[in-house]
Design a binder for this molecule. Structure first.
Ligand code: NDP
Length: 402
């Protein structure tokens, strides 16, 4: 029996609230709070049964957050607002001694840069306050870290290479839309790529490296090497890794639109003056693009996200591939969301459950791969994310190059 405060009523927040509401034995009291109260109320109404209370909160404002936490008294705050709010919400959790969980690492608004340093710097203060922060508990980051920890625990003595592969083979029928918050998504993709090799980061131009990768049940798709935040914590927590990379698929049409938007300056985060008002082009672009939570209806096709790992076990070379495929239409039937929100919201709910039921414990700030992966892996299929594995078979990421 515990109380959870979910902050952010977007695509992911909707999934966390719906899934948590079905589990009164774990989440006895739920509050959904966000910047726009009507979005919280709409979700709460849809869920029904007076299961979800709602509130308006500006999560950039620490006193407002502290006030809300003191009134509702949650055992844990699940932050599924935007990465910009991570530190203010962590500050409020510290002040009120409340556990914290999020799905994306902190990013300052005015620099398109994300890294864990800002949040890891809270470790001692969280430890001294006797509370736990679970960082990056969506799918990637999130399940990909748990998959890696599971592989290391059960199949390897040492892991040497890790390729995280993320495919969205779905079709939402829109000319151009992003599957999670457009601003955060476009900031991530337009940055330089980066991967870990032989103890150092190797930088690439944005989307410079790409190749076909075969995804189970989907087929070959062009996949682009990106820098993704879990690489930072995974190479720290698995120091035997000699190489770690992240790949994501994009269709030709998506890349063409993105290039045009970039070329005309619409993805810039530098303010421009328009009719006497300073506006950030990327923020304006977000305002005219479809909201991720609106893409669910009619979205067809699947996602496939997994980890392809090489290493050694009992002195012999070993390969391991573990993945989940999710179906957009099935996700919509279950929680009125597309599969990207679904595959993020379900792990966030399971992570909250791990913390609140004492399966994951600790005082301080932790990435998901630092906890026991087994109870989390057990829950994934129960809540709609079945996973599959292949042992000692050729890895699809290596078909066209090593
Ligand atoms: P959305 O844009 O759909 O939702 C974000 C929500 O946060 C909106 O409802 C927004 O309010 C609210 N919000 C924004 N700023 C504030 C604020 N200052 N105070 C209160 N509420 C605020 O995004 P998604 O649901 O797609 O993504 C949510 C999070 O999940 C993001 O951090 C994203 O990076 C992360 N994510 C993680 C993934 C993973 O696998 N780890 C994958 C996908 C997403 P309003 O409605 O008023 O705009």
């Amino acid at each position: 029996m515990s109380r959870v405060l979910i902050i952010g009523a977007g695509g992911v927040g909707n999934v966390v609230a719906r899934k948590a509401a079905r589990l009164p034995e774990v989440f006895s009291d739920i509050m959904l709070a966000s910047r726009t109260l009507e979005k919280c109320e709409q979700i709460a109404r849809d869920i029904g049964g007076d299961r979800v209370k709602t509130a308006k909160v500006d999560a950039d404002n620490v006193p407002e957050l502290v006030n809300l936490i003191n009134k509702f008294k949650p055992d844990m705050v699940v932050n599924v607002a935007l990465p910009y709010q991570d530190l203010t919400i962590m500050d409020a959790c510290l002040e009120t001694r409340t556990h914290y969980l999020d799905t994306a690492n902190y990013e300052p608004r005015d620099v398109a840069k994300f890294e864990y340093s800002w949040q890891w710097a809270y470790h001692d203060r969280f430890r001294d306050a006797g509370i736990m922060a679970i960082l990056g508990c969506g799918f990637d980051p999130g399940v990909t870290g748990v998959f890696t920890a599971y592989a290391a625990k059960h199949y390897f003595d040492e892991i040497h290479t890790l390729d995280i592969v993320d495919c969205n083979a779905g079709d939402h029928g829109k000319a151009f839309a992003t599957n999670f918050n457009p601003e955060i998504n476009i900031r991530e993709i337009t940055q330089n790529g980066r991967y870990w090799e032989d103890g150092k980061w190797v930088e690439t131009r944005p989307l410079e490296i790409h190749r076909q990768i075969d995804y189970p049940g989907i087929g070959e798709r062009e996949s682009y090497l990106l820098y993704h935040e879990e690489l930072e914590s995974l190479v720290k927590n698995f120091p035997s890794l000699k190489r770690a990379r992240f790949w994501m698929t994009f269709g030709k049409q998506y890349i063409t639109y993105l290039n045009v938007l970039q070329d005309v300056g619409m993805t810039s985060i530098k303010p421009v003056n328009f009719k006497g008002v300073d506006i950030v082009p990327l923020e304006f672009l977000k305002a005219v693009l479809p909201e991720p939570s609106s893409l669910g209806e009619g979205y067809k096709g699947q996602t496939s996200i997994g980890c392809q790992i090489k290493g050694v076990k009992d002195g012999k070379k070993r390969t391991y591939y573990v993945w989940n495929n999710s179906d957009h239409a099935e996700a919509y039937r279950d929680v009125k969301a597309q599969a990207v929100s679904f595959t993020t919201g379900v792990p966030a709910m399971i992570g909250a459950m791990m913390g609140l039921t004492g399966k994951w414990t600790g005082k301080g700030v932790f990435n998901v791969e630092e906890f026991d992966p087994d109870p989390f892996m057990k829950k994934l299929p129960e809540f709609g994310l079945p996973w599959h594995e292949r042992i000692d078979e050729p890895l699809p990421v290596e078909k066209y190059c090593i």
